[in-house]
Design a protein. Structure first.
Length: 333
């Protein structure tokens, strides 16, 4: 069985075929031409003598890696006498590694992969999970525990920006980036040791959680993420009005009635005015369809362009819009 460590992420293959740069600049060199795969690098023990079927496998060679982790290179004796030929029957396995940046001094971050292995990181740099995984396997890596002393939020930074990452042998990296210590305004999912560390003021099992009003918190409520707020806007730990407030159109996100041009916010979405679709001139509106005149501008129903001489069948807001002076059901008679 052969396995080796890529600098960040994983790499699979037989060591006797190609080289691999290890974490922290360690290089695992291929054997010189004409040597057996057991001669994988300086310091490796010699292969067993020819003809000895029950010879003991060579002892592992430990290669120092980044942080306090190490990578063990193991090489089985070749089953044939062809010089330089790797063992085609050996299983190929991969050593899964991760690198972390931004972790504060004295802080601890724990990663866990779906096979059950955990990796505890107490400093920045690269380290490897203890158990290799088969080539071609898909592994889910999660952030099992966030730093709490000080409180920080760490996320996978290679496109996932989340606390979960699915890794395959085609991935080039498993990297985690930790933000600066964040208490007392830590966002949801951050580590925490007390409620006061979290912007939401809710710390459960060492993790900042959404407030009880999420996902429909009103303006001014404590929040740890935009998703906590009805408006989907969380700034400085409090829900804020959406950018369109106070004239948000029908269908826009809202935190309260005051965000909407129609002055109607239901289930955090601006709704048509209560008088729609026949709101009179001057009534609040969130869309043209709210108004009998079919003209909503600045959050209020306006006269149609043809007013005051709109012909029969034209949309109207009141009798004065029509040449006939008759507006019924929003239509000039």
């Amino acid at each position: 069985m052969h396995h080796r460590l890529l600098r960040i992420g994983w790499f699979c293959g037989v060591l006797a075929v190609s080289a691999c740069s290890g974490a922290g600049g360690v290089t695992l060199s291929p054997p010189a031409p004409g040597t057996d795969s057991g001669d994988a690098g300086a310091g490796s023990p010699p292969p067993p003598s020819a003809g000895t079927d029950d010879a003991a496998a060579p002892a592992p060679t430990t290669w120092p890696g980044a942080s306090d982790a190490s990578v063990t290179e193991a090489s089985a004796p070749s089953p044939d006498a062809h010089a330089g030929a790797p063992d085609s029957t050996a299983d190929t396995v991969c050593t899964l590694a991760a690198t972390v940046t931004g972790l504060s001094a004295q802080a601890t971050l724990t990663l866990r992969e779906s096979a059950g292995d955990s990796l505890v990181l107490r400093q920045n740099g690269a380290a490897s999970f203890p158990t290799p995984v088969p080539d071609g396997a898909s592994v889910t890596v999660t952030i099992a525990s966030q730093p709490i002393a000080p409180a920080q939020l760490c996320l996978f930074d290679n496109g996932a920006t989340s606390t979960t990452k699915v890794v395959t042998s085609t991935d080039s990296a498993v990297s985690v980036a930790c933000g600066a210590p964040c208490g007392p305004t830590c966002p949801d999912q951050s580590g925490c040791s007390q409620n006061g560390d979290c912007a939401s003021t809710v710390c459960v099992a060492g993790v900042c959680q959404p407030p009880g009003c999420a996902p429909s918190c009103n303006r001014g409520a404590s929040c740890g993420a935009g998703a906590d707020c009805g408006s989907r806007v969380c700034l400085a730990g409090h829900c804020q009005p959406p950018a369109c407030s106070p004239t948000c159109a029908n269908g826009a996100r809202c935190g309260d009635n005051g965000d909407c041009a129609s002055t109607v916010c239901a289930q955090n979405v601006c709704q048509p005015a209560s008088c729609a679709p026949l709101c009179n001139l001057g009534a609040t509106c969130g869309a043209d369809g709210d108004c009998a005149s079919r003209v909503c501008a600045g959050g209020h129903c306006q006269a149609p362009a043809c007013s005051p001489s709109c012909g029969p069948g034209s949309a109207c807001g009141n009798n004065a819009d029509c040449a006939s002076h008759v507006c019924s059901g929003g239509v000039c008679g």
